[in-house]
Design a binder for this molecule. Structure first.
Ligand code: G3I
Length: 313
């Protein structure tokens, strides 16, 4: 078995990455894996608004700095996550009622966060999950006060703060056909026609066992916009109870998803949403599912790893 990121680069792509933060890479086994198999890290929580600007104008970069130092001292890329998102948003922002205030708050937040790490980040998820499950605009404070233009504002501000970073729109449930991906592609086309500086589309890909068949077709549709695409938060959760048959299915599913990216030339990389099953968000959010990642609770490589590795080999 070889190292995932090295094999991905040999295919002419940019990286295989993982979500990380000090809470996970402070575990020595996790750190070892992050530096062996992964060439890119996404802060799982430390760059979100509630972490970086918990009260107005008062910034905190403690964990984000540790993550950035870890990545840069090990020669890893970083996907910044995320600048404008309705979730993990402090209440001082969600309670703003005035358009002009919100505009300057967004500008100051992006200028400060992007500016701090200028030149050190490969890509930013500028906006995250702007569409809801039905594919309509999410009724966030951003959309309520500023309409669709909040997206233009966010991208333009980010571009001015770091001219060389790749700027992404990121969302979930883009893995199968339907209104959500249709509306996302239409939105991206409107942004492009308005000259908004957007470079890529991130498909989170929080998948369910046995439901991965649409990934390649939909990635191809995203790539047809002309932008880069990336799988940004991959995991494949297993409905309990986990059996050896289901783990074999997961191996096959990971193989399918990794090949999907490789079969789409504009797919620059894949980010796993964590290393070990023991630290996955799935445990608390979907208690009837389990074991979504490539390493088990004890950091043993799963057959899922073999499936991913085989796609890259
Ligand atoms: O930091 C506090 C800690 O002080 C407190 O004691 C503890 C008690 O609950 O909570 C801690 O915060 C938690 C945080 O993770 C850091 O561990 C939050 O409760 C918890 O809700 C938060 O969950 C994160 C979730 O986003 C929040 O929406 C997950 O770790 C993270 O994996 C998940 O990631 C998101 C992506 O950003 C966007 N796409 C979906 C994906 C999965 O939900």
């Amino acid at each position: 078995l070889g190292l995932l990121d090295t094999k991905m680069k040999a295919k002419g792509r940019k990286y295989i990455g993982s979500a990380a933060d000090p809470n996970t890479f402070n575990e020595s086994t996790c750190k070892t894996i992050l530096t062996s198999d992964f060439g890119c890290v996404t802060p799982e929580n430390s760059m979100k608004w509630d972490a970086t600007e918990p009260s107005k104008g008062s910034f905190n970069f403690g964990n984000a700095d540790v993550l950035v130092n870890f990545a840069t001292s090990n020669g890893r890329l970083i996907r910044g996550h995320t600048l404008v998102w309705h979730s993990q948003l402090p209440s001082w922002v969600s309670s703003i009622t005035d358009k002009n205030t919100l505009t300057s708050v967004i500008q100051n937040h992006i200028n400060t966060v992007v500016g701090r790490y200028k030149g050190k980040i490969y890509a930013w998820d500028v906006v995250n999950e702007v569409l809801d499950d039905s594919g309509n605009f999410r009724n966030s404070v951003f959309y309520k006060l500023l309409g669709e233009q909040f997206i233009d504002l966010a991208f333009k501000t980010a571009r001015a703060a770091d001219p060389n970073v790749k700027l992404y729109i990121n969302d979930y449930n883009l893995d199968g056909p339907g209104t959500k991906i249709d509306n996302l592609i239409a939105l991206v086309k409107r942004l492009q026609s308005r000259g908004v500086p957007i470079d890529g589309i991130g498909s989170q890909s929080h998948l369910i066992l046995g439901q991965v068949g649409g990934v390649q077709t939909q990635l191809q549709r995203l790539a047809a916009t002309g932008l880069d695409v990336a799988i940004t938060e991959l995991d494949i959760r297993i409905p309990k109870d986990v059996t050896s048959a289901k783990l074999s299915q997961q191996q096959s599913d990971y193989n399918t998803v990794f090949k999907a990216c490789l079969n789409v030339p504009k797919c620059v990389g894949i980010t796993m949403w964590g290393v070990s099953d023991k630290n996955s968000w799935v445990d608390s959010t979907f208690p009837s599912y389990d074991a979504p990642l490539l390493w088990d609770d004890y950091y043993n490589r799963k057959s899922a790893y073999t499936g991913a590795d085989a796609a890259l080999s």
